[in-house]
Design a protein around this ligand. Structure first.
Ligand code: FAD
Length: 301
């Protein structure tokens, strides 16, 4: 069996695997897609000490770094279930079962899509999901934010300081964000809020040039010319495969400051946890943290 089995091969999983292997313990990593979300990222400018890179490049160096250690890398394998017996047993979709004394779950998350025409087509060509990451790319331009919850309104406030104008589109008749955020939003001169509207299409040619929506009260259609659309309708943790083995809140695995879950020996790191901010540098830190937590657990058991 493994001492540490890492499930998930994004920044947090890679970091966890390297930290575990550096303790000289038997380490494996299973990933459906090694690299994770960064594979879909065009430009990365906030990975401190690297001025600018892109996702595929960073993913390749993650893999190279992991392969520099004695780590079993099982790429293109999806975990389908987990059970704790004497050891943890992680079942893969292909039927294989991996046994380990401890497990670090780092299966990340995915942005919830609005599912309108243009969204897939213009991903990274004007359709964005992360204002901390991509906001500066839209400096001086007009953008929309889809979603009027806390993340949408935080994004709109953040973007209003960078871009020329922000239009917020909320499906419901009222914004769901906290009052303080709404007050701050309405105090800004370059923001328009459209409530009770349904996004119909993100339009463009080779990149985004506008957004069409339907006013849900009148049924009338509207169109705004702009260069960017931020989709902010939630992040979905990839934790469905865990069944009811571990405590979660809105899908996010609850961890303490050592990355420990409510199940002894089961740790979690990165975007699949209740960590408040989801970023590469943060998920790498939390992967390292969970690996050290797992090592502590192993030497005590
Ligand atoms: P992920 O990167 O989501 O990795 C999860 C891993 O688990 C993947 O290998 C996946 O294949 C695997 N997996 C999932 N389910 C299973 C399963 N059942 N079995 C086996 N493996 C599984 N952050 C920044 O700091 N700067 C940026 O510029 C930036 N830009 C971004 C742009 C985009 C378009 C997106 C989507 C995100 C961006 N982020 C950025 C956020 C950043 O990518 C994430 O915070 C980070 O990747 C989280 O790392 P993670 O390892 O926790 O999860």
């Amino acid at each position: 069996p493994y001492d540490v089995l890492v499930v998930g091969g994004g920044p947090s999983g890679a970091s966890a695997a390297i930290y575990a292997a550096r303790k000289g313990i038997r380490t494996g990593i299973v990933a459906e897609r090694f690299g994770g979300q960064i594979l879909d990222t065009l430009s990365i400018e906030n990975f401190i000490s690297v001025k600018a890179t892109d996702g595929p490049k960073l993913a390749a160096s993650l893999e190279e770094h992991v392969k520099d250690y004695d780590i079993d890398v099982m790429n293109l394998q999806r975990a389908a279930g987990i059970e704790k017996k004497d050891l943890f047993e992680v079942e893969l979709e292909n039927g294989a079962v991996l046994k380990s004394k401890s497990v670090i779950v780092s299966t990340g998350a995915r942005w919830r899509n609005v599912g309108v025409p243009g969204e897939q087509e213009f991903k990274n060509k004007g359709v964005a999901y992360c204002p901390h990451c991509d906001g500066p790319l839209f400096e001086g331009k007009d953008v929309a934010v889809i979603g009027g919850g806390n993340s949408g309104i935080e994004a709109a406030i953040d973007l209003a300081g960078i871009v020329k104008h922000v239009t917020v589109l909320e499906f419901m008749p009222e914004l769901k964000a906290d009052d303080v955020l709404q007050k701050r939003l309405y105090s800004l001169p370059n923001v328009t809020v459209l409530k009770n509207v349904q996004t119909k299409e993100i339009t463009g040619t080779d990149k985004v040039n506008g957004i069409s929506y339907i006013d849900r009260e009148t049924g009338e259609e509207g169109h705004i010319e702009l260069q960017g659309v931020f989709v902010q309708i939630g992040l979905v943790p990839n934790t469905e495969w865990l069944g009811d083995t571990v405590e979660r809140e809105r899908g996010e695995i609850l961890v303490d400051k050592r990355g420990t879950t409510n199940v002894p020996g089961l740790f979690a790191a990165g975007d699949c946890t209740n960590s408040p901010y989801k970023q590469i540098i943060i998920s790498m830190g939390s992967g390292a943290n969970a690996a050290l937590g797992a090592f502590d657990y192993l030497i005590r058991n």
